[in-house]
Design a protein around this ligand. Structure first.
Ligand SMILES: CC(=O)NC[C@@H]1CCN(c2c(Cl)cnc3[nH]c(-c4cn(C)nc4C)nc23)C1
Length: 278
């Protein structure tokens, strides 16, 4: 029986390596078992050479720092890391039901009950993150995994930032910060509300709201908040209302996350357990 995995100075010998699970951005992810605890984990292997080439070491350090301190059922655990001559290894929670984007491709789009259940659990996870001054900044189907009970797990904090230390590292004191700097640090958290609105739309229609052939067209559609709801599949007006309150250009006007959880569409459609049973 797997006892609790406890973080210590791990080396590769502490793990039995299993099948490849897929590719992250900078390396492969393998199924693995930590020998001492018999715990099944996902071992993400990153090549130092690749990280150096892309100057993302600071991003990885931040990802590890942030994700290792977060404890929430809808956030993929980072148990620890270790490295050798050429590689860095992240010891991550294993999500037995795999990647959400594959599930969305298979179903084309989700029912309103399934979409609302997922959005509610992600809103709760983001409230937890924002409470710790962490913003994810990269909420999308590719960064979501599915746990044993079908619950969503936010993974890949590679783009997350700790807004708090941005203030602290700014210049020690807030006094000299210009309004727009204080404003921007304050409003960063609302980028996750926008992304949650985009995700809700994509869960219901199978495509993101501002998709276009050319990047320049997508960019313009986002800047103009060119939000239209296709006639098919038929979606409730309460769902459209919630999406319209999250995809608002002025970030201070976006529906706060705790209000998302109180919205009629969420209250009427999401599973209280946070788990969608198909
Ligand atoms: C967010 C992110 O890094 N995604 C890419 C990596 C690919 C496998 N990674 C996994 C990570 Cl990091 C954790 N758990 C996983 N479970 C699976 C998986 C399970 N099945 C049945 N099929 C798959 C695939 N994959 C993972 C993440």
């Amino acid at each position: 029986e797997a006892s609790a995995i406890e973080k210590r100075r791990w080396t590769l010998n502490d793990f039995d390596i299993g099948k490849p699970l897929g590719r992250g951005k900078f390396g492969h992810v393998y199924l693995a078992r930590e020998k001492r605890s018999n715990q099944i984990v996902a071992l993400k292997v990153l090549f130092k050479s690749q990280l150096q080439q892309s100057q993302v070491e600071h991003q990885l350090r931040r990802e590890v720092e942030i994700q290792s301190h977060l404890r929430h059922s809808n956030i993929l655990r980072l148990y620890g890391y270790f490295y050798d001559q050429k590689r860095i290894y992240l010891v991550l929670e294993y999500a037995p039901k795999g990647e959400l984007y594959k599930e969305l491709q298979k179903c084309k789009y989700f029912s309103e009950r399934r979409a609302a259940t997922y959005i509610a659990s992600l809103a709760r996870a983001l409230i937890y993150c924002h409470g710790k001054h962490v913003i994810h900044r990269d909420i999308k189907p590719e960064n979501l995994l599915i746990g044993a009970q079908g619950e969503l797990k936010i993974a890949d904090f590679g783009w997350s930032v700790h807004t708090f230390n941005r203030r602290r590292t700014m210049c020690g004191t807030l006094d000299y910060l210009s309004p727009e700097m204080v404003e921007s640090v304050e409003h960063d958290a609302s980028v996750d509300i926008w992304s949650l609105g985009v995700l809700c739309y994509e869960f219901l229609y199978g495509v993101p709201p501002f998709e276009a052939k050319e990047h320049s067209d997508t960019y313009r559609r986002i800047m103009q908040v060119d939000l239209t709801f296709p006639p098919r599949p038929i979606i409730s007006s309460t769902a459209k209302d919630l999406i319209s309150q999250m995809l608002v250009k002025e970030c201070s006007q976006r529906l706060p996350l705790h209000k998302v959880l109180e919205h009629p569409w969420i209250v009427q459609n999401s599973e209280p357990s946070g788990v969608y049973k198909s």
